[in-house]
Design a protein around this ligand. Structure first.
Ligand code: NAD
Ligand code: UFG
Length: 338
């Protein structure tokens, strides 16, 4: 058993990862400044798992706070989720994105090393891949040419971590490149409920399904794909969470590692297929219309998932139907509260 610190742990992926870690016998500690989440998610995790999760409310850029956490808690592994993540917003607020995402990482690694905490899992993204690559993304492919400051923060933080692993050989790192995380815990008590109008497909569908939004706009139906809509690799957030628990186990067994690993299902699903799956899984009709292409969207990309299987023993277990059912259940519970 090990104790894992989740920076950004009250967020969408962090809270689901807390459940997976507790299920697999780890202890969990959280630090989050609540800039994009509420403390309630961790309270729900505690109830669900009948466990205590020490939670520090504060900023990872605050070196004093991070020193205090590493002094008070005996941490074995850090999973670094904390960061700003909205693609569009990052174009308008590059300074905020570079400052928050870089400074939190620099302070975190500095304080980790000072306290001999040597294992880090970093939340990277499929967005680091050069868009010019073949659609099936393999870890060794070229990265860069990112489409927004958010993407560049992931690209640069990966490089910072590689440089640190080289300079401080005691540091072990796994950088997980997530594809498109969706869905919610089957209990419906934690999930993704963005503030304002959602940018991403599944949260938008969820809000149309409960009547909060009128209809879905499908951005483009003239792409060179089988049904003309864009293809992505959707992964159930609980599968993604399980990958983090496996990454922690991997780090604890492999000194001197520094690995980039795709976390996706390995299968492409089109926007239209996701809409149809949602309707079928929840026995309902979704209002939608076709709209012009969204700037910057690639027609198709999905993960090559071989490395995750080979190194971590990771394989997705939940289907697209599970993603749709669990996402809807969570949204229904949320709208009961609103
Ligand atoms: P989220 O916004 O729900 O979670 C991030 C958490 O970090 C939030 O709770 C926020 O309050 C916190 N935070 C931000 N800056 C902080 C700081 N300086 N100090 C302390 N806390 C801070 O997002 P998420 O979807 O759970 O994503 C988690 C990580 O995964 C992010 O780094 C994100 O970029 C990355 N990622 C997400 C996706 C996705 O589609 N959700 C895809 C690829 C990568
Ligand atoms: N889409 C719609 N209507 C909507 C929202 C999205 O048709 O209202 C379409 C998009 O055009 C795209 C697909 O649904 O074809 C998926 O879009 P998302 O915004 O859900 O996801 P993206 O693949 O664009 O973005 C995701 C993450 C980013 C990350 C990027 C690249 O949200 O953080 O993958 O890895 F940078």
């Amino acid at each position: 058993m090990s104790r894992v610190l989740l920076t950004g742990g009250t967020g969408y992926i962090g809270s689901h990862t807390a459940v997976s870690l507790l299920e697999s016998g780890h202890e969990v500690v959280v630090v989050d400044n609540l800039v994009n989440s509420k403390i309630d998610s961790i309270r729900e995790v505690e109830k669900l798992m009948n466990a205590k999760v020490p939670t520090y409310i504060g900023d990872v850029q605050d070196e004093q706070l991070m020193n205090r956490i590493f002094t008070e808690q005996h941490i074995d592994v850090v999973i670094h989720f904390a960061g700003l993540k909205a693609v569009g917003e990052s174009v308008h607020k590059p300074l905020e994105y570079y400052q928050n995402n870089f400074d939190s990482t620099l302070v975190l690694i500095r304080t980790m090393l000072a306290h001999q905490v040597n294992n880090i899992v970093f939340s990277s993204s499929a967005t680091v891949y050069d868009p010019a690559n073949d659609p099936e993304r393999v870890e060794g492919m070229p990265v860069g040419n990112c489409s927004c400051p958010y993407g560049w923060t992931k690209f640069m933080i990966e490089q910072i971590i590689r440089d640190c692993c080289h300079a401080y050989p005691q540091l072990n790192a796994v950088m997980l490149r997530y594809f498109n995380p969706v869905g919610a815990h089957p209990s419906g008590v934690i999930g993704e409920n963005p503030l304002g109008i959602p940018n991403n497909l599944m949260p938008y569908i969820q809000q149309v399904a409960v009547g909060k939004l009128d209809h879905l706009n499908i951005f483009g139906n003239d792409y060179p794909t089988p049904d003309g809509t864009c293809v992505r690799d959707y992964i159930h957030v609980c599968d993604l969470a399980d990958a983090h628990a496996l990454a922690c186990d991997y780090l604890l067994k492999h000194e001197g590692c520094c690995q980039e690993i795709n976390i996706g299902s390995g299968h492409g699903v089109s926007v239209m297929e996701l809409v149809t799956a949602f309707e079928k899984a929840n026995n309902m009709k979704l209002a939608y219309q076709f709209a012009p292409r969204r700037e910057g969207d690639l027609p198709i990309f999905f993960a090559n998932a071989d490395k995750a299987r080979e190194l971590l023993g990771f394989k997705t277990r939940r289907s697209v139907e599970d993603m749709c059912r669990d996402a809807y259940r969570y949204q229904q519970k949320q709208s009961g509260k609103e």
